[in-house]
Every structure is written in C-alpha cells, then in structure tokens.
Design a protein around this ligand. Structure first.
Ligand SMILES: [Zn+2]
Length: 317
C-alpha cells in the first residue's frame, strides 16, 4: 500500500457548513422576531419528532414552508428561530409527531426521517445544516418541558434558545452531547466494529459518549479499551459533525493502538476486527469481494476511515 492513496473527489460530510447566520443578538427581541416571522421571505422547517415534512418539487423535495402554510398543516407546539439566510428568516416549527404521521396520507406532502433525507439526497445539501439545527433544538424542547431544578413547567425564551423556570428562576439552555468517534490504528491496520443495529454488511468506527470529567483524548482511549480491549497512545483530532439524533456532536479522532489482541465487548458490539488499508479501500470504493461496506459519506465515520486509507500514519500530526 503506498503512503498516499487518492480515492478521487472528496464527498461532502452531512449537516455541516451552514449558510445561516444565527444572529444570536436578535433572539431576545420579540418585536424583531415577530417582524421576521411576518417577513415575505420567511421560511420554516416542519418537524415532528424524527419526522420531517417535505413537498414534492420536480425530481426532488422542498423542505421549506411559509409560516402561514406551516400553521395550516397542524398545531405548532414550538417555534425556534434558526437565523437569517441573507435577508430570509429561517425557523423550525415543532409539530406533534402523531399529527405528522397523519400527514403521510396527504398526496401533496412527503414525510421522511432526517437520516433517509440525508443519505438519499432528498433535499438540496444547503438544507441539511438548518434541518439538523432545528431538529436538535426542537427535540430538546420536547424533552425538557419541566424544570430540572424544581419540577415546575418551563417557558420558551430567546427565540427558542432558552427555557426559563417561572417558579425558581433558573434558565435552561439547549444541550449538546459530545460523542467521540475514532479509528484505532496500528501501522497499516485499524479496528472497525459492528453494532447489531447496522445493516448486515456495514462496519464502522467505534464511538461513545464523553463522560463528565474527561478530556476528548481520555474518552477516546477509554471507549476503545472498553469496546475492543485495545490500549491507545497518541490521539489526533480529525473533524467534528453535528449529529441531531437526538442532539450530539460527533468528535472524530484517530488513535494509535498500542496492543493487538482484541477483546470485544459483546454487550456493545456484535463484532470488531482489524482491517488493512487495502481492504478498507475496496469497501470505500464499494468493490469489497464479500460486499462489506463503510457508513455513507454523509457520516463522519466515512471520512475518518477514508483519511486513514489515503494518508496512512500521516493522520497523526
Ligand atoms: Zn425551577
């Protein structure tokens, strides 16, 4: 295997590079938010739990509705202000998931989950970051209606970027859960694992939540040791990705494996094994003799694996 291997044009990672300016300074001004909502260019994404409401548009789908169109489709539980795309205000409207299920019967609408929308390219790419922003934020509202300090019902504030408790006065902010996702590497080989919920041919990076009191590097080493029994030394940050399922940020890393013998945690994983760069290249090119695959380019795991295939140990910097 050469030190460097070119797999061709770099596919785009999903949910990143938002063109929306969040204009956080406007969130606290109700008059400005009202003006934005009534703006001729205002557009809203309609989300109910895991489901997104789309409209067929030619060979693709359109995810934006005017606020008036959006309200005609069902009772809106929550409105969050996403920001401005140029002069055009963008909102997320949270609907009751059961009401969105019923919209599946409408011939002029298409209801789909965000994973399918991203993997199958059902909407143009610029919609993925605001859909991720809206889904994560609306999901947080749906799960945090009561104060975690005193138990009283809380109220939306700051255009949906805060919930305030009228009883004890505590302000609650949307949470983002950090997940480390990593490739443990030893020379020309690395470790991939399989979760039971994966498609039968798919192998991916190991991953897990960072815990309180841990650095990213410590979380990477702990997760690889727990899931695969491999001790790791150097950890190199690669890239990150918002992952709104429900509200994570994926922190992608490469880690230097210090041992060879795998001890697989069968509670967490169906299996884990070593793959060399050549086998990984055939998986990325979808030419593996047994049809084994990696996650699609929309997911950061694809890029973490590809970076190792292309650059070998130069991933450590
Ligand atoms: Zn409270």
């Amino acid at each position: 295997m050469p030190a460097r291997l070119d797999l061709g044009p770099q596919p785009r990672l999903g949910y990143i590079a938002s063109a929306i300016d969040r204009v956080a300074g406007s969130r606290g001004d109700d008059a400005v938010l009202k003006k934005y909502c009534e703006h001729a260019l205002a557009g809203s994404y309609l989300i109910g739990g895991e489901l997104i409401v789309l409209r067929p548009a030619g060979t693709s789908y359109e995810p934006l509705f005017s606020p008036v169109q959006a309200r005609a489709l069902g009772a809106v539980r929550e409105v969050v202000f996403l920001g401005l795309l140029g002069d055009a205000p963008r909102f997320g409207f949270g609907l009751d998931p059961a009401a969105v299920e019923q919209l599946k019967a409408c011939y002029d609408l298409k209801i789909a989950d965000l994973r399918s929308i991203a993997v199958h390219g059902m909407v143009s790419e610029e919609h993925l970051p605001p859909l991720a922003e809206a889904k994560a934020l609306l999901g947080w509202h749906a799960r945090h209606r009561f104060c975690s300090n005193c138990g009283a019902p809380t109220k939306t504030a700051q255009g949906g970027w805060r919930r305030d408790c009228p009883s004890c006065g505590v302000e609650h902010f949307p949470r983002t859960d950090p997940v480390v996702i990593m490739l443990a590497i030893s020379g020309e080989r690395c470790v991939l694992g399989r979760s039971r919920r994966f498609a039968p041919t798919m192998w991916s990076c190991l991953a897990g939540f960072a815990e309180p009191g841990e650095t990213i590097e410590e979380a990477v080493r702990r997760e690889v040791l727990e899931e695969a029994g491999i001790a790791c030394g150097r950890v190199s940050y690669f890239a990150s990705q918002p992952w709104p399922f429900p509200s994570s940020i994926m922190i992608g890393c490469h880690a230097e494996a210090l041992s060879d013998t795998l001890v697989v945690d069968r509670e967490e994983l169906e299996d884990a094994r070593w793959f060399d760069r050549e086998e990984l290249a055939s998986m990325l090119k979808q030419q593996h003799p047994q049809g084994l695959t990696t996650p699609p380019p929309v997911a950061i795991a694809h890029h973490i694996i590809r970076n190792f295939v292309e650059n070998g140990n130069d991933v450590f910097h």
